[in-house]
Design a protein around this ligand. Sequence first.
Ligand code: TRP
Ligand code: SF4
Length: 525
Amino acid sequence: MTTDQSEPDETSHGETRTDGGAAGTDDVALDPWGSSTVSDYRRLFEQFGIERFERVLDEVPNPHYLMRRGVIFGHRDYRPVARAMRENDPFAVLSGFMPTGDPHIGHKLVFDEIIWHQQQGGDAYGLIADLEAHSARGLSWAEIDEHTRNYLLSLLALGFDPEAGQLYRQSANRAVQDLAFELGAEANFSELAAIYDFDGETDVSHMQSVVTQMGDILYPQLDAPKPTVIPVGPDQDPHVRLARDLAARMRSFGVTEAYASFETNDPQRRLVATAYETLADDTDEPVRCLEAARFLETEREHGRADAAATTVDSTVTILREAGKEPLRPRVRIVDRDATDEAFEALIEAVDGEKRVYDAHIDTFELSIAEAEQLAREVELDHGGYSFLPPSSIYHRFMTGLTGGKMSSSVPASHISLLDDPEEGYDKVMAATTGGRETAEKQRELGGEPDECPVYELYAYLLADDDDEFAKEVYDECAGGERLCGGCKKQAAEMMETFLAEHQEKRAEWADRLDELDFQFESDRR
Ligand code: TRP
Ligand code: SF4
């Protein structure tokens, strides 16, 4: 049961190619506990219905450089967040980190995304997924505590404001666990099994860590519904989809369009809508259900009905049964799980002409948006959460410095935010490049920045907000004016400076951690 609509999307690549040109043919498996590589980003649009970020970019005020450069390549439902930013309405950002190792430059992307949304006025949440690290990865609480401190120090050093935002660890957040418990009542084992490949061997704590993450994702809306963005890697998309489904299942009311007193499913409703619109166009008289049935039968005979044969048949039957009832567009509010008092209050609240049925109200003077707003208010007044489905943005995974994937368990493949600055320098100097075998060839053919992990360092991190500089590196490389030796040296120096400054700020925060309302030492064992 999914409430998400996958958006069909064409397959061309955007011009900003920061993925090292990865266009393989491997199957994409979105596995939150898997190896976190994506060989073909197109499949994420086609198969999973993630939308291209470039399509909302124009709606975002002062987009972050990771957005401008296509590092943030995809999203689900980011528009409400962008709108809230433009209109100075409340919104939130939340992401979480499994404390399984040192934070590295890949995590910096997410830190920056949280911090940027915070600076744009969002309520910001950074959480440590210690329950997940313990249950899904088997880390001890002592290891978890050490890594937790390191993640938080980097998040703070990069600019997270802990006075305005909130930091927490899953194990110490009672409200998250209570919410997770409620959400867990909306999902069952078969569903988790289908989404995460769980089976009879999966331990219960691992499943509990999934509902905990659902609690995390909806936690910013506990007091009031608000657009919330979850910045993550695409491997986390299964979690986002489930959270969006659970948010909808928690709602007391649903709002749909309808044309008559009977109920239809979505494809049936589309057929009735076509029949109504075509027939109403030709007459000022009411269009009766029977006429709509005849219309669909004619369409069916001519092979023009735009739906599965069984759908057409069932729609015709429903319409025939309704006989002389006139078709009349209306906005329907369906009682999903509301208390009697809430349903009564909703009836009261609907202005203008309305018809009340057992489990729905048909309204004739409300737009869909107005009906949704009303349903939301009544739900809130009657103790419901009125959750908005959470939004997400997805960033590309960085290529490892040694080629292949960047992996926490292969030190040479990544730069840890805790690496000595000189070590960072050396790792950049040892990186593979998109350069040619000889300087001559490089001058003649140009390098391949799209295939170059060093270029990625510039685009994802070193160039920071300076687009012109990033473009200059790209153009000089592709044009053959830039040679890898000097290019790497420049990147290595910038990396060294970045690490030195970052670690200075970490050290400053290390002396101030007691200012935070955060439990650094777990009392678990
Ligand atoms: N599952 C995430 C990871 O593997 C961590 C996480 C827990 C998370 N709760 C979250 C991420 C909520 C985003 C939002 O890294
Ligand atoms: Fe990469 Fe720089 Fe060499 Fe171009 S010049 S291939 S960006 S290292």
